[in-house]
Design a binder for this molecule. Sequence first.
Ligand code: LLP
Length: 433
Amino acid sequence: MNFVSENLGVNEQGHLTIGGVDVLTLKEKYGTPLYVMDEDMIRTHLRTYRDALNTYYNGNGLAQFASKAFCTKYMCSIVAEEGLGLDVVSGGELYTALSAQFPADKICFHGNNKTKDELTFAIGHDVGTIVVDNIYELEQIDIIAAKLGKVQNVIFRIKPGIDAHTHDFIMTGQIDSKFGFALETGEALSAVEAVKDKKNICYKGLHCHIGSQIFDVDPFRETAKVMMAFIKEIKDSLDLDTEELDLGGGFGIRYVESDDPISYDLYIKAVSEEVKAQAEALDISVPKILMEPGRSIVAPAGITVYEVGCVKEIPNIRTYVSVDGGMADNPRYIMYGAEYSAVLANKADKTSDCTYTVAGKCCESGDILIENAKLPKVEVGDTLCVLATGAYNYSMASNYNRIPRPAVVMVSGGQDKLVVKRETYEDVIKNDL
Ligand code: LLP
């Protein structure tokens, strides 16, 4: 059997396995819908990034997991154990990380509108780096750091002008973005200059992120080139050294057979060559390289397990298979028209020769998980798994229709472990007065 993620298999009973564990056993034990994540695969991905950065930048690099992809205390502790950093974008993600004893100096705090409370929380807890998005924030950081008697390390979020979503990327495409400072207008240079008279801020470097689910190396290489040129400009016109260059995340993964992701190792190699070549050509030193992969670390490691509740054939149009979850646990189809693959866990050895529309249980016509899903003949009670749901599913889940969020289970070395409890109806109403 060929599945989109290599950690999936079929056992002697014809059941789907994840990390060697029978999915039907997990269904029996924890119920559905259920997020299942393969911890061993997550660790392998974390190590791939860590080792590639060590290899290509002689240890002068750090991958920071973008926790927006999947943020729980347990995940934060895995990242800490593997020695990576963490990218957080809100007080809530930061709180989760600190609750898991994640080392604050390896946390990088993002966001285009961090509140004063969030900044105070972050600076007060000695967060390693704040990524400055706008000039108002720069002022705020200086004021808050002064009040707390601290000097805060910052890097500046730059729009490098690379549109990674078109095949022939266009240099000015991304100026229209709510994130960061534009290069073309001179805004970015003035922002970095403004740091010079801020006593409680220490300039460390630059950040950029060109998009997500990208399969091509070239936009990343091009971005590295643009950023190195800006580092040179900062040196020449402001006499400031740039120690760190954060190149963001965005590496694509396989959701469906036709997706063709690049190897992360190759990507890091290509970008490292570009950064080093530019450093030499421009006569500047090679900065420490930071990266923020999210999806590529967790997405392939996760599946969502559902039970089929009804099969509805509309002659000559389509057959709907409705499952006991949907857009509340995976809003990516309704938000982006995202594509996924599915498997019937109890018929994983059967040929997928039927076509279905997999629908959720929310009161919303657009609550679809997959259109044209190829599956064996589906019957009520079957266990349907949507694959590669480890990123931006649990983290984007809601209580729409007052549906409690599913539990999250990790599997490792053939054992399972509950890492997030299933919400109850009581949880859903707990803040109602
Ligand atoms: N760094 C920054 C500054 C980002 O904005 C993002 C993603 C990442 C890193 C991680 O990117 P990744 O490696 O995961 O592609 N909810 C959408 C994805 C939004 C991504 C936003 N930023 C989805 O479900 O596809």
